[in-house]
Design a protein around this ligand. Structure first.
Ligand code: FAD
Length: 548
């Protein structure tokens, strides 16, 4: 069994070019979920991603595994029930990435929710989502709400609700799914683009792909092909059938990041923003991220920009709810913009469009999954793999197993289940101090890598000389090496943006260490000088988009 390493790229290419049962196009959360589900049912399955894994919407969300309280207002009871229940399952599969989070919902004068409606809605939500007793909401008086969050604007406050959601790291959830799928025998390649489809007797039987690192083109043959390309779903469907009607309506959602000292809220808050749209402010790693917007989008899909209106809207919303903080544009340290791949519904405003997912099958047999949410990835994958295996079973005597992703722990979660997690976190964080890490740093690594943290500790123990040679601090070196050897890091952007989120939550480290880390990755992967320059240039571009 191979680890998920950029060093094995050639071996992965030879594995993926031996006829597959299923080829998944798109390496976001949807594709990663399908890859794992299909592999666990016994399919020979491979995935290709044209950028880095999770570079699309799956690294640009609000990073919540949540029940979508607001979908109740759209009367989407089945969606609320499904994603609500999925929260606990996703938490149990990888508690180091997905953890319960207490949210405060302030109720304000003329707000989008009256006290009674909020109370009724919250209880209906918890009933549908089968929320456990210890995570039930609490109604708060105005005084209690202010004790919880003294920065709130007092004169408009009527009370509040304290309730639970789950926070996650969207990119890391995607990569842990992929790692688990690889461990189970699947194959996945980043920087590999599907450029056209291959047909036999009018039916899709694979894709022509381009390796974007080497510019080599090759074929991948598969009995079934799934289009899980999020915002690019229509682009891929058009490659299959130029006359197809577009399915998606894309909206842009922006988050900005400020230092925790500039917005020292005591917990995550879900509050009424301007334009009557609810906004999250979520503390993370000493910073607070604020979002999101929801505006129709037509432009570049790979790196949507944050514009001045997005920033002003979010800052103005914060300043109205927390009047003493007076945030300014200059307080914004970083940020990101993502595209929601929503299924078109005529005459509905962006916020009113359903977040449901839907499966489409083209005349040639291309299976497309569109819409949906990060939270519902597992059920989406189950439906897609059910569809694929039903089709495959029609033409063969092989029977594939049932979905088992609800009980397959993800990579990094091998510490005996959610119940054991807190003991594990305490024990491992202490163990990290024996390799010279300060307790806080050790605990941060345990929370990021879960049971795989042993490999980081080992890199620290054995890598002192090499870290000095690369002029990279030892703990950072240990993470970069792990990223290359176990998480398919192929560029400094992969490491700083998606494997660690440092571009958003620790921009100073990125600015300080981008060059030596880039050189380390380049040397380990045998980059030419030209490739090195390109990769460092790409990181500069990502820094510019996030911070300018
Ligand atoms: P993507 O992550 O975009 O993945 C598709 C991938 O396909 C891309 O990486 C792309 O590079 C690749 N691709 C495209 N074309 C090709 C090709 N030709 N060959 C190979 N690869 C290709 N959901 C939640 O549950 N909780 C939240 O808190 C939340 N917040 C959100 C906030 C915002 C601002 C937005 C925009 C969305 C949010 N969502 C949230 C929704 C959620 O993030 C998305 O539903 C989910 O990430 C979509 O994942 P995906 O895998 O379908 O698409």
């Amino acid at each position: 069994m191979k680890t998920f390493s950029s060093l094995y790229r050639q071996e992965y290419i030879s594995q993926i070019t031996k006829n597959l049962d299923l080829l998944v196009i798109g390496g976001g959360i949807t594709g990663a979920g399908i890859l794992l589900d299909a592999r666990l049912r016994g399919l020979k399955v491979g995935l290709i991603e044209m950028q880095d894994f999770s570079s699309g919407t799956s690294s640009r969300s609000t990073k919540l595994i949540h029940g979508g309280l607001r979908y109740l207002r759209q009367m989407e009871f089945s969606l609320v029930a499904e994603v609500g229940r999925e929260r606990k399952i996703v938490h149990d599969l990888a508690p180091h990435i997905t953890s319960p989070e207490v949210m405060l919902l302030p109720l304000i004068k003329d707000g989008s929710l009256g006290k009674l409606a909020a109370y009724a809605g919250m209880n209906l939500y918890e009933y549908l989502a089968k929320v456990k007793l210890q995570e039930k909401n609490k109604m708060l008086s105005k005084k209690q709400t202010l004790v919880k969050e003294p920065l709130l604007k007092e004169d408009i406050l009527r009370g509040g609700i304290s309730y639970y959601e789950y926070r996650t790291d969207d990119s890391r959830l995607t990569v842990e799914l992929l790692k688990e799928a690889i461990t189970q025998g699947a194959v996945a390649l980043n920087y590999t683009k599907a450029s056209s489809f291959i047909y036999k007797d009018g039916k899709i039987c694979g894709a022509n792909v381009v390796d974007l690192l080497s510019n080599l083109e090759y074929e991948i043959r598969a009995t079934k092909v799934v289009n899980a390309t999020g915002p690019w779903v229509d682009t891929l469907d058009t490659l299959d059938d130029a006359s197809v009607t577009p399915k998606l309506f894309l909206t842009k959602g922006v988050h900005i990041v400020v230092d925790g000292k500039r917005l020292p809220i005591k917990q995550s808050i879900y509050f009424d923003g301007d334009l009557k749209r609810m906004i999250f402010a979520i503390p993370r790693e000493g910073k607070v991220y604020i979002g999101t917007t929801d505006t129709p989008y037509a432009g570049d899909y790979t790196n949507p920009e944050i514009n001045i209106e997005d920033k002003e809207y979010l800052l103005s919303s914060v300043n109205k709810m927390f009047p003493t903080v007076e945030l300014k544009t200059s307080d914004i340290e970083s940020g990101w913009a993502g595209l929601r791949p929503l299924i078109k519904q005529s005459k509905k405003s962006p916020s009113a469009i359903s977040r449901k997912d839907e499966i489409f099958i083209s005349k040639s047999g291309l299976v497309t999954i569109a819409g949906g949410k990060l939270t519902g990835y597992r059920k989406m994958a189950e439906r897609v793999v059910d569809t694929v295996t039903e089709e495959m079973q029609k033409n063969s005597r092989i029977m594939y197993g049932a979905c088992s992703t609800d009980r397959t722990l993800l990579s990094g979660a091998k510490y005996g289940g959610a119940i054991q997690y807190h003991d594990f976190l305490f024990r491992k964080s202490k163990q990290g101090t024996t390799v010279g890490l300060p307790l806080e740093e050790s605990s941060r690594l345990v929370r990021r890598y879960g049971s795989n943290v042993d490999k980081i500790f080992k890199n620290i123990q054995t890598g002192k000389n090499e870290a000095i040679a690369f002029e990279v601090p030892l703990p950072l070196y240990a993470e970069v090496l792990y990223g290359i050897e176990e998480e398919c890091v192929a560029s400094p952007s992969d490491f700083f943006v998606r494997r660690t989120g440092k571009l958003y939550f620790d921009i100073d480290t990125v600015k300080k260490w981008k060059k030596p880390v880039g050189l380390m990755i380049g040397e380990k992967l045998g980059y030419t000088a030209k490739m090195m320059q390109q990769q460092l240039g790409k990181l500069e571009e990502e820094i510019r988009t996030a911070t300018s």
